[in-house]
Design a protein around this ligand. Structure first.
Ligand SMILES: Cc1ncc(COP(=O)(O)O)c(C=O)c1O
Length: 368
């Protein structure tokens, strides 16, 4: 039996491991010079826009909503086909998440449906670039402008992706990235928030750490109840080792995906993602299984062949929490069907071409 192939695995080089050891020996573990350096590097990547780091890509979304002034009585439109963090943060700030269906081809939020869902209470849109495939930013920002809505881009999965030649993060309103271990670059856990302008930096830093404002040698005040969301220097050092490799990682992911498209048996009846080698960062390679196939059995059979398969994600409006808020089955047929049948196949930079062949062969055996 060949070695088990997980659906993802981070690539951490020895220089980064040595750098983390140096931080551990330095006597300064939590937020300090490494976080500042990582923020500067990320800001450089994002065309000089202000960037602040957090301990998760959930905290970044929640703080962005607070910075945008969103709270009780407000509605925020988002996709039901995402990690549940995307909607949980809306509840966390006391607002109401409003789900709309996805486009079956891209699996991203349907922008026609967004436009129809705007009410007088709508204050923001949270688009999600599922698997790293960017939502149409031209249409998105056109809708936002016409309805005077804020945009909090949930780009948790799409660092390294671009829209019409422009890197995500270099333009737009708030842009939120995650560095969770499965993401294209990682800090183990962590996130970064790109701010629309410098004037928000001070408030952002307050919301990140207990609302604390420091002045002079010993002055301290608090005017808002912030969270405990700061990134550690240990984590930031991992990120500093990862960021310079992002482009190479993305290239490798694209090459592996090209092979998936070459080797995948179209006769199996799965829906493949759009074949995009320009804009997507290929955070995941996901197929939607035919309705006749029970996903749990597919996952178990693939595991028996030494291959890991992930589920990203069940449609979240069907979770108990959201059903209690009035959402129900049948409202979003595309998200519901995809959420039942989507399967994430192995894709990570250290994978070999022959691993792709192995996955395709195993899928043919299981589904054929
Ligand atoms: C689409 C999406 N949104 C938000 C998050 C939250 O990020 P984190 O896990 O860093 O809190 C994730 C990551 O898991 C994600 O994939």
């Amino acid at each position: 039996m060949p070695e088990f192939l997980p659906f993802t695995r981070p690539t951490i080089d020895e220089a980064t491991i040595a750098g983390v050891a140096d931080v551990l020996r330095s006597g300064w573990l939590t937020s300090g010079p490494q976080v500042k350096a990582f923020e500067a590097a990320l800001s450089g990547y994002c065309g000089g826009r202000p960037v602040r780091c957090f301990n998760s890509g959930t905290a970044t979304l929640a703080v962005a909503l607070r910075l945008a002034g969103i709270g009780p009585g407000d509605e925020v439109i988002t996709s039901p086909l995402s990690w549940v963090a995307t909607a949980n943060v809306v509840l966390e700030v006391g607002a109401r998440p409003v789900f709309v269906d996805v486009e079956p081809r891209t699996r991203n939020i349907d922008l026609d449906a967004v436009e129809k869902a705007v009410t007088r209470a709508t204050r923001a849109i949270i688009p999600v670039d599922l698997a790293g495939l960017p939502v149409d930013r031209d249409r998105l920002y056109d809708i936002a402008r016409r309805h005077e809505l804020r945009v909090i881009e949930d780009a948790a999965q799409s660092l390294g992706a671009s829209w019409r030649g422009k890197r995500l993060g270099t333009f737009g309103d708030f842009v939120s990235f995650s560095f969770h271990a499965n993401k294209n670059i990682t800090t183990a856990e962590g996130g970064a928030l790109v701010l629309p302008d410098e004037s928000l930096v001070a408030r952002c830093e307050q919301l990140r750490l207990q609302g604390v404002i420091r002045t002079g040698e010993d002055g301290m005040d608090v005017e808002v109840a912030g969270g405990k969301y700061n990134l550690t220097d240990v984590a930031a050092r991992i990120g500093l080792g990862q960021l310079p490799q992002l482009e190479r990682f993305t290239e490798r992911r694209r090459a592996l995906v090209r092979r998936y498209f070459q080797r995948w048996d179209r006769g199996l009846g799965c829906e493949l993602p759009p074949e995009d080698y320009e804009q997507s960062n290929w955070h995941m390679f996901q197929v939607t299984l035919p309705e006749r196939v029970e996903r749990s059995r597919f996952i178990a059979s693939m595991r028996d062949q030494g291959i890991g398969v992930g589920v990203h994600y069940p449609a979240m409006h069907l979770f108990q929490l959201y059903r209690r808020l009035g959402w129900r089955e049948g409202q979003f047929p595309h998200a519901e069907r995809i959420g039942r049948s989507i399967a994430t196949l192995p894709l990570f930079p250290a994978m070999r071409d022959s691993d792709v062949d192995r996955v395709c062969e195993a899928a043919r055996k299981v589904l054929g």
